[in-house]
Design a protein around this ligand. Structure first.
Ligand SMILES: Nc1nc2c(ncn2[C@@H]2O[C@H](COP(=O)(O)OP(=O)(O)OP(=O)(O)O)[C@@H](O)[C@H]2O)c(=O)[nH]1
Ligand SMILES: [Mg+2]
Length: 339
């Protein structure tokens, strides 16, 4: 099994296509149905054919299932971004149960195959040869049938693995946070290569999205996160929890966006309260505070009031972001030299 290391950027390993229990059995039966062997007499022909059919169909099931067990990544709930994200998005306990069930089935199917081969070899009765082969198919089918939910779960997990963000842990990173609908994704779209969905309702962004900002030859990461409401972690939904994880594990610099126009649908005080809570829990991190939608409303405070829509003050905001990221880049380079 592959370990999911904290430094693994993308899910760049190959997870095989997971077949459903019906598809697996269909494949096994189909292969077996085409097999004909010639023996020295009628009984020998029957036995050789039955042995080959059982071997072929059993091997198809066992090889496929063992392939799943070997190629899906091994996951522990270790305290790092990707494992914790996988736990939220896929569910590590259920995932482990599914792989355990598939492994169980592979072992059972292999033993069943070997027992069946032995029984066929031993008998001299052509009817027993047939009955043993048929009973093998029935039992094989019932084993595979018992893991049908687990196979469906893994199929879904495979798709979710593919969509996990490709985070580079060593690249200087700015994480954009704020209430839902304040204009984070619109800003990230203007600033970077990322193309998150932008829409006039909360929780449009449902996961962590990675984009890149170019600075001459250097490249920084900008992370768009789902909106956060002002509440405790345990009360947060799975979408918000992904934002918290990004903040906790990926943030070198944070850009906190407040929508003073309240066109996001949330009062300013609530947004300010969230910012205060975040400031309390991210004491070592530089937090750039900025106010969005300046084309609708500007407060005239100390914060950069920008509009990703009209472009107003985007140069000032970009300058401030680059200044912080360059500082982080220099610090990381210095740290790397010391190591
Ligand atoms: N007037 C104005 N509207 C904006 C601006 N930026 C974003 N919006 C609008 O605000 C709404 C939300 O924008 P998004 O970028 O999706 O906001 P978000 O913070 O990513 O929202 P979630 O992903 O739901 O948390 C959309 O209707 C945008 O068109 C802006 O600069 N000016
Ligand atoms: Mg968004």
């Amino acid at each position: 099994m592959r370990a999911l290391g904290s430094d693994m950027a993308a899910m760049d390993f190959k997870i095989p296509t997971v077949l459903t229990s019906e598809e697996l059995m269909e494949k096994a039966f189909h292969r077996a149905s085409k097999i004909r062997k010639e023996g020295t007499n009628s009984l020998d022909t029957k036995k050789k054919t039955a042995l080959a059919k059982v071997t072929a169909s059993g091997d198809i099931i066992v090889t496929a299932l063992q392939g799943y067990v070997n190629k899906f990544p091994r996951l522990e709930k270790e305290g790092d971004f990707l494992p914790e994200l996988v736990d939220i998005v896929i569910g590590i306990d259920r995932y482990k149960k599914a792989l355990g069930a598939v492994n169980w089935c592979a072992t059972k199917a292999d033993k069943l195959k070997n027992d069946t081969l032995r029984d066929i070899r031993r008998t001299k009765d052509p009817e027993i040869v047939e009955a043993t082969r048929r009973s093998f198919y029935g039992r094989l089918n019932s084993y595979v049938d018992r893991i049908s939910d687990d196979l469906l779960f893994l199929q879904d997990a495979k798709n979710k693995f593919r969509r996990l963000p490709a985070v580079e842990p060593d690249t200087p990173t700015i994480v954009v946070a704020g209430f839902p609908n304040v204009g984070k994704s619109n800003l990230v779209t203007v600033l970077s290569s990322a193309e998150p969905e932008i829409a006039p309702y909360p929780f449009t962004t449902k996961g962590v999205i990675v984009g890149h900002i170019k600075d001459d030859w250097r490249k920084y990461q900008i992370i768009d996160t789902p909106g956060l409401l002002d509440r405790e972690f345990d009360k947060r939904n799975a979408i918000e929890k992904q934002a918290v994880l990004a903040l906790r594990y990926l943030t070198d610099v944070m850009l906190f966006v407040i929508d003073p126009s309240e066109s996001c649908g949330f009062p300013r005080e609530m947004q300010e309260r969230l910012l205060a809570t975040i400031k309390d829990s991210f004491t070592g991190v530089t937090i750039i505070e900025a106010e969005s939608k300046a084309d609708i409303m500007k407060t005239g405070g100390d914060r950069i009031c920008f509009s990703a829509q009209s472009g107003e003050n985007m140069d000032i905001l970009t300058g401030r972001i680059l200044e912080e990221l360059r500082y982080i880049a220099r610090r990381k380079a210095a740290e790397a030299q010391i190591e």
